[in-house]
Design a protein around this ligand. Structure first.
Ligand SMILES: NC(=O)c1ccc[n+]([C@@H]2O[C@H](COP(=O)([O-])OP(=O)(O)OC[C@H]3O[C@@H](n4cnc5c(N)ncnc54)[C@H](OP(=O)(O)O)[C@@H]3O)[C@@H](O)[C@H]2O)c1
Length: 408
């Protein structure tokens, strides 16, 4: 890792790395219920790195020959777009508990890591022995760290999952497809698996404008749950309020308002008639989350899924003793590793159903096009510039890469 990389801490899981048992994670990865572990191969233009470090320094764009016919059991997939998620940054920094494999891409003797975990692909060619996929199908990647920041990939047919059409026909949007496997399922499952919530109950969350937070607001609203949403203050706070209310947010506050006794008593009076708040979804950790925990009612659960403040989570012991507080963690990757393909497909159908009902919109986003006319040097500069902006924070939108194929 470069010295710069050492100065820039990870956005999530750095502290959890100390406690996570890597051997356990490795064994989960080889769980026979998970998907094939065969490596994706080949790419046309790809965003790669050869050693971990600061993404704005170690990433580069490389052009490779176009794909040949897929071998037995494989499909060629053209990437339509692929997001940059906070965990992608952590993977490149080398501080995430799951690492991609080094790959030898066609036409090159150098082994590289290809960036990107999720993305939307369209099947271009189907090799012999692949069932259930045909040319033109839209697919997502079932295998973690598939290296989606590329224009094309050749992957094992069992490492992709076809996206179902919406009820009545028609496809979901490109951005919805490219961001379907990480954030919406995380929001959906956190609202479903920890507390038995019924319509009218309150859910408290921080990082409410994150892509996960936006999905939480919408899925909660669809279920008749009410949300109290905390975000960082910003110049365009009114704009953000309008956006989040538009998604179905009930209450929106900045962390600064936790210093106001009026806000605290307002929240407590809002929620007490419904038996108090029983679920806090924690994207941020740090001292503001400690303050949010004090707003919870009896027998509540805190579900932590991110640590964007890069601070630990500290909780008063009294909340455990006198309010019977429970604290859990959630990792969508673990859910995928522990469940079978059928459950994964059911969850995806559920989410596509919500999209079809217009109950789940794409996250606020910006598409960065890696044009086919750019040289690798120019494409590298573009990608490094994006990563630099993300590292500086307060980006406010999900970035997605969209690659043109490069003639080679
Ligand atoms: N455990 C899981 O399975 C799982 C699944 C999905 C995501 N995640 C995690 O969930 C988090 C959000 O992911 P995402 O894709 O939704 O991210 P995103 O759309 O990029 O949003 C990032 C959010 O973090 C906030 N943030 C950034 N730095 C912060 C800081 N220092 N203090 C407080 N808030 C800060 C941002 O607020 P501003 O707008 O104010 O910058 C924004 O709300 C990440 O940590 C990600 O790794 C975990």
């Amino acid at each position: 890792m470069t010295s710069m990389a050492r100065r820039i801490p990870s956005q999530i899981f750095r502290s959890s790395l100390k406690t996570l048992n890597r051997a356990h994670i490795g064994s989960l990865y080889h769980n026979p219920r998970t998907f094939s572990t065969s490596l994706p191969r080949l790419a046309n233009r790809a965003i790669v790195y050869t050693s971990t470090g600061n993404p704005s320094e170690v990433l580069s764009a490389r052009t490779y020959p176009s794909l040949g016919p897929p071998p037995q059991g494989h499909v060629n997939v053209r990437l339509l777009c692929a997001p940059v998620n906070p965990s992608d940054v952590n993977v490149i920094e080398g501080v995430y508990p799951v690492r991609p494999s080094l790959e030898s891409l066609v036409g090159s003797t150098e082994s590289v890591f290809v960036g990107g975990n999720e993305g939307l692909g369209v099947v271009q060619r189907v090799g012999n022995g692949v069932d259930g996929l045909k040319e033109g199908d839209w697919v997502v990647f079932a295998k973690a760290q598939s290296g989606t920041w590329a224009s094309e990939r050749c992957v094992n047919g069992s490492d992709v999952v076809r996206i179902p059409d919406m009820e009545g026909g028609g496809r979901i949007g490109e951005v919805q497809g490219a961001t379907l496997t990480v954030n919406p399922p995380t929001a959906y499952n956190m609202l479903k698996e920890f507390v038995d919530l019924k319509a009218g109950d309150w859910v408290l969350q921080n990082g409410a404008n994150s892509a996960v937070g936006q999905a939480v607001i919408q899925i909660a609203a669809h279920r008749g749950l009410r949300t109290i949403n905390f975000v960082r203050d910003r110049d365009n706070m009114d704009e953000l309020r309008i956006q989040l209310h538009g998604l179905g947010a009930d209450q929106i506050f900045t962390y600064e308002s936790l210093h106001s006794k009026d806000t605290i008593s307002h929240i407590k009076s809002l929620t007490s008639s419904a038996g108090g708040i029983r679920l806090l979804l924690n994207c941020v950790s740090g001292s503001t989350t400690t303050s949010l925990a004090r707003l919870l009612g009896a027998n509540a659960t805190i579900v932590s899924y991110g640590a964007m403040s890069k601070q630990p989570l500290s909780l008063p012991t009294s909340l455990f003793i006198f309010k019977n507080l429970s604290c859990k963690g959630y990792w969508q990757q673990r859910w995928y590793m522990e469940r079978g393909r059928t459950e994964r497909e059911e969850l995806m159908r559920e989410l596509v159903g919500l999209i079809g009902l217009r109950k789940l919109r794409e996250p606020e986003h910006e598409i960065v096009r890696i044009g086919g006319g750019l040289s690798d040097g120019e494409a590298t500069q573009l990608v490094q510039g994006v990563m630099d902006r993300i590292e500086k924070g307060h980006y406010g939108k999900k970035i997605l890469f969209k690659f043109d194929t490069v003639d080679s």
